[in-house]
Design a protein around this ligand. Structure first.
Ligand code: ARG
Length: 500
């Protein structure tokens, strides 16, 4: 059915106003006008809305729902609206209404045909997904770059021994590379979560109209193609109402933020102990204490995790219990996600930049790595490998640790004496003195822990190699998605140029 057949002819917008300003006569606006407006927030989806408008108008013309000349005039007006920018839009309830008003101002009443066979409900849902997709691609790219940086620095530090902690107490020696690779691995999973969310974001809700579909013969696959969406959201009620794509993206961002906050906290602790020297670009000074160099950037990364968590919380709270199909509460959903995503995207680059440019004082780290008798587990492991039941070996080493001075490692002699007390036979029955001495050395201790995924240099090199392959695969996945979006933009432009 064409628009004329349905009686929404020239001179009337679909809402029946005079067509010079959208629905001007029905609501003149009262004290709540500003309260209801999302126009300022909508700057975020201004470009998305223009893309959605163009795809919709091209489809309407192709389906002969509007004629080609009208399509051409509307599309030309949209170009002007784009050039003038979001700031030039006149006051309105939202960007959708304001752009439509701007089109009608330029084209006349026929400009109102742009809104045939759609509603702001499917329109805004499409805009959110379109913009979210862009933000996701940028975030994924930032994470991929971060991973690349981390892998590079890790490769330089597979032999840089450092203390490893549990309960923030010295636990076992590890290496800087092992520590960095642990975060890179977490970022791999964060990337996977973001890429997975992308699949469900990348669906076209357009054509759902208010929620109940439309009598016009719309081609939803075509608008999906023109907008580069990988498919459509099938059910029109779901298409207009669902915001779970926002939720899972924000959840993935908040999870990523949590990864980053751990990394930031580690760096704060390391800086406090003199294990890392941040580059000046990532540190700040005190306005009063001249000697200070503070890891403020890391504290802010830690702090901004709060924004991401708050965003997720805000979003879920906004959405919880909303009935089908559209409710205006939804207008408040996007901002939570945008805040979270922006915070996280900035934090990724800062956190990894700080790690990548930091100085690791190798000798101090190695000296610290043995503190607190951190080689104790390695000694017990060695005794167990020589045939002492692990629990007994644990007892031997615990007794030696108890006798050593203030958490220092016992020396070989002290170990032997305690062992003989516990075992009732000389320790040399199990291990020679040289082997025992080696277990007390942090670097040797690390070298022995060559189990898969462990900190021994060879084991970490293997991890880095696998991580490099995963990184390349993720890069390809990103490129493929970017290309899909870009080629859709070109296709859209070509089609638009055919009318203008
Ligand atoms: N600004 C609105 C939003 O963001 C657009 C949809 C308005 N729809 C409506 N039925 N009032 O959700």
């Amino acid at each position: 059915m064409s628009e004329d057949e349905l009686g929404a002819g020239a001179g009337e917008s679909t809402d029946g106003s005079d067509g010079t300003a959208v629905r001007r006569d029905r609501f003149s606006g009262g004290p709540a006008r500003g309260f209801m407006s999302s126009l300022a927030d909508d700057e975020r989806i201004f470009a998305a809305d223009l893309a959605v408008d163009r795809a919709h108008v091209v489809m309407l013309a192709e389906q002969e729902i509007i004629d080609d000349d009208t399509a051409g005039e509307i599309l030309a007006a949209l170009d002007e609206v784009e050039d003038a920018g979001h700031g030039a839009l006149s006051d309105g309830e939202d960007v959708h209404e304001a752009i439509e008003t701007a089109v009608i101002e330029r084209v006349g009443p026929d400009g109102g045909r742009m809104h045939t066979a759609r509603s702001r409900n499917d329109e805004v849902a499409a805009c959110i997904r379109y913009r979210l997709r862009e933000d996701l691609l940028e975030l994924i790219e930032t994470v991929i770059e971060a991973r690349e940086q981390l892998l590079e620095v890790a490769a330089e530090h597979t032999e840089t021994v450092m203390p490893g902690y549990t309960h923030l107490q010295p636990a076992q020696p590890t290496t800087v590379a092992h520590w960095i690779a642990s975060y890179e691995q977490a970022l791999q999973r964060d990337t996977a979560r973001l890429l997975s969310a992308y699949e469900r974001v990348d669906r076209n809700p357009l054509g759902a109209a208010a929620f109940a579909g439309t009598p016009f013969d719309v081609d939803r696959e075509r608008t999906a193609e023109l907008l580069g969406f990988g498919g459509i959201v099938e059910n029109s009620m779901d298409a207009a109402a669902a915001r779970d794509a926002l939720v899972e993206t924000t959840a993935a961002a908040a999870t990523l933020a949590t990864t980053l906050s751990g990394l930031a906290e580690d760096v704060v602790v390391f800086a406090n102990r003199g294990f890392v020297e941040l580059s000046d670009d990532y540190a700040s000074t005190s306005s009063i204490m001249p000697q200070k160099k503070n890891p403020d950037t890391m504290e802010l990364v830690r702090g901004r995790t709060g924004d991401a968590t708050a965003g997720l919380q805000g979003l879920l709270t906004t959405l919880k219990g909303l009935p089908r199909a559209y409710n205006r509460d939804l207008q408040r959903a996007g901002r939570h996600a945008w805040d979270a995503i922006d915070s996280v995207t900035e934090s990724v680059a800062v956190a990894t930049g700080a790690v990548a440019t930091a100085d690791w004082p190798v000798d101090d780290l190695e000296a610290a790595a043995g503190e607190g008798f951190s080689t104790a587990t390695g000694v017990a492991d060695r005794l167990a490998m020589a045939g002492v039941p692990f629990r007994t070996a644990h007892e031997v080493v615990a007794a030696a640790a108890g006798e050593a001075y203030e958490g220092d490692a016992p020396d070989v002699g002290a170990l032997e004496a305690t062992a003989e007390d516990v075992l009732g036979e000389p320790l040399t029955e199990y291990v020679d003195r040289e082997t025992l001495a080696a277990t007390l050395d942090p670097a040797e201790s690390v070298a022995t822990r060559d189990s898969r995924g462990g900190p021994a240099p060879g084991a970490v090199e293997a991890q880095l190699a696998t991580a490099g392959e995963a990184l390349a695969a993720d890069r390809d996945a990103l490129t493929e998605r970017r290309e899909a979006v870009e080629s859709a933009a070109e296709r859209r432009r070509t089609e638009v140029d055919g009318y203008v």
